[in-house]
Each structure stands twice: as C-alpha cells, then as structure tokens.
Ligand binder design. Sequence first.
Ligand SMILES: [Zn+2]
Ligand SMILES: [Zn+2]
Ligand SMILES: [Zn+2]
Length: 444
Amino acid sequence: MDLYNRSLCYAKVGTSNVALAYSNRSACFFHMRMYDEALVDIELAKKANISDHLIPKLEHCEQESRTLRRIQKTPSKRPCQLSYESDDDFPCMVDVIKIKYNQELGRHLIATRNIPAGETILLEDSYVMAREDDRLVCHTCYRGNANFIACEHCPDAIFCSTYCKNTNPTHKWECDTFFEMVEIDMKFHIRAILIAIDTFANVADLMQFVDHTLLEDSQNLPTSMHNPLSKYHFFFKLQKSEPKSSEVLLDISTLYRSMIELPKIASVFNTLRKQRFLMHLVAHHFFVASNNSIGNDSNTTIANIHSLLSHSCAPNTATYAAGNQRFSITIRPIRKGQPLYMNYLHSIDDKPLNIRQAELKSGWGFTCKCENCVAGDKPINIKHMMTDPCTRFLLINYSIEENYPIVLETCLKLLKKYKNQRWTIEMQIVAGILARIYKQMFSF
Ligand SMILES: [Zn+2]
Ligand SMILES: [Zn+2]
Ligand SMILES: [Zn+2]
C-alpha cells in the first residue's frame, strides 16, 4: 500500500501511471477487506483513464467488492466522543473542566464536578504536528489507509480528501522544497512558523498582532478558541521555557537560516526589518515548543489545551494520540476542584524519585511535589494490584479484539477498586491498556 501511494506521488499527472497506482491500491484495499475504499479507488482508476487491458480485472474486483461488502459485518468502531457536553468557548474540552491560574501550577485545568475514571475529557486537534515520514499518511489529518490523492506539484504530499488538500495551512509553503528532507525537530519548528504566517493576510498583520499581544498580561489566555486567529493567540501565549544555555541561540539561528531558504518565505520576508522580526518570532516559538511539545523520535506535536495539563508522577488522566488528534481520559476519579494531571515522563518504567526529579528539573524546570514524590521511595505496604485476578485477566486478553469491551470494563473496575491506593507501576500499566483499548474501539 505504501509503495503504491509512493508511486502515485511520482506518477506524472495525466498519464496512465496514475490510474495504475489507483488500480493496484484498490487491490490492496480488497485484500484488507476495506471494500468501500476499494470501490472508491476503482472509480478513481477509471476516471484517470486506465489502460484497456486492465479494465476486465478492475471490473471483476468491483463486482467482488460489491458482493462482499453486502455480507460483511458492519465495523465495530464507534466515533470517539467527549463524555460530557463540550465547553462553549473551548469545544475540544468537556464543560466540567475549567482553565485556572495560581502561583504554584501556573495555568492549569481543574474539574468543576466529580468525574469518575474512564471518561473522555479532551479531544483536540494538534495545533502543530510533524512526523518522521509524513508521506504515508494524509498531510493534513494524518490518517492512514485512505483513498489518498497526491499533490500535483511535488512528490511529498498525499491527502485523504479534497477537503484536507484545500485546507492544509502549510503545504503551499512547503511544496516542492527541501522541507521533507529536514529532521523532525526542525520540521516541527518551521511548520509552527508557517501556521503563524498563514493565519494572517500578510506579514504586516502578523507583526502588528505580535506587537499587541506582547503588551498584554502574559498570564491572560484568549477566552475562546474557535478560529485560526484565537488558536494562534492561545499558542503564542503558552508558557515558554527559560533558555538553558547560549547554545540555544545557535539552534535558533540555524532554524532561521533554514526558514529563509524556503523561496516563498524569502519572498514575503523581503526587508531587513521583516527578517529581524522573523528571527525574534522563531526564538519565541522555539521556547514555547521546548516547554509544550509532546512526542517521541517519530512525531512531535503541540495541542493547545493539552499543554495546560499539569504534571504528576501519580496522574489522574492519560493522554494519547491518534492521527493528528490527542485525547485524554480520566484514569482515576477526580474530585470537584482538583487539578487534572498527566505524567510528563510518560514511560512505563518505575523510575526512582531522584531520577524523576532530575528529569523534570532539566526538562521543565520544576520540582515535583506530587503525592508519590512527597511520600518518597518508601515501599508501598498495600495489597499488590498485580496479584489481582482481574489484572491477570487483562494481561492475557488485552490484545484480543473480541474481548475489548470486557477488557475496558475490567480496567475501569481495577482503577475504581484501587482508587485510594498510591499510584504504582501496575496502575500505570492498567491505565495504558485502557487508553490503548479506547484507541482501538473508537475512530478519531
Ligand atoms: Zn486528511
Ligand atoms: Zn506539493
Ligand atoms: Zn512527582
């Protein structure tokens, strides 16, 4: 499938190679029992003038797909939804949480009523995202296995729909340049700037916005997030990290020099004043990203509201990604007024206190005072969740598709049963399974 998608990207527009890529891909969908997608590709192949000798094969596949689609069981995936009404001002979060500010946590999220474990409380599109290989998924929404169409001007972008093709905010700047060849971190930073530029009609408007925003109280966030401008405003005001050493200036300068090599960027930042502004903007974004990006070696992302989740080594929410969306579920009951916490160290290792503290200090510049850190590394003298028969059931069954509903129920039962226990690695594993099942059972 990936190779046929690649061939589609390289096929010259208007040639029979385009039709061949669609027709071969329809065969892949057929074997994957994705008959709707197979039929769409057959239609695309026909419209793209498939060679006559391939028509009988295509028609046979079409007939088979129609028959098999009729007898196929409907897929069990349900759309992922928030567990409560969505907030009027911030539609990606439920209306039972609120943004708050205090000295200790800075800006953070709190529950405005008791929320049980297992509820979906945030469902948010990433504001900026970069992936190691963008070329195998939709360039806009990052979904895979779709009826991709290719960019006509470069071999680097595919889109799952005309909608995604027309609404992508950055590809017009990246198209037919070196962009896809740079490493992921740089890709991420450049893309964040491109989104900023694309939000405004011209560079002068962007400069004016930045000038005004810098005069505002730094703690005040926009009161809603409905359009590209308010989303950028929110992103711009996320907590920045402190420069750790003068070496970051080298990173920022390298970033700036790479950006200005994009021909379209050079054409709009065409005066010394605009270029100096761009240097400062690159630096501002760099420090926002250092403090708020989540990711690993293959993808990096920032989702605005998710950036407000505070850290705890004994978290009450778990955050996961599917495509360009991030979602957060409660993994322990949260009382009214309690802050929402995720684990920034998000690994399943049982790290000792001093290692956790060192990682948090160097990564985010704070000393963790969560219940686990305050209790120190004293051994936990309580019944081990690992010996619970429910946990054993989970570990055997969590990957078996037909058992997903009962696995989900078991996870919730365990998290409820041990809700007053100190957070342990076992609970982290159960929470991880819970989120994994959510990802498998729901479509995003
Ligand atoms: Zn898409
Ligand atoms: Zn392109
Ligand atoms: Zn801690």
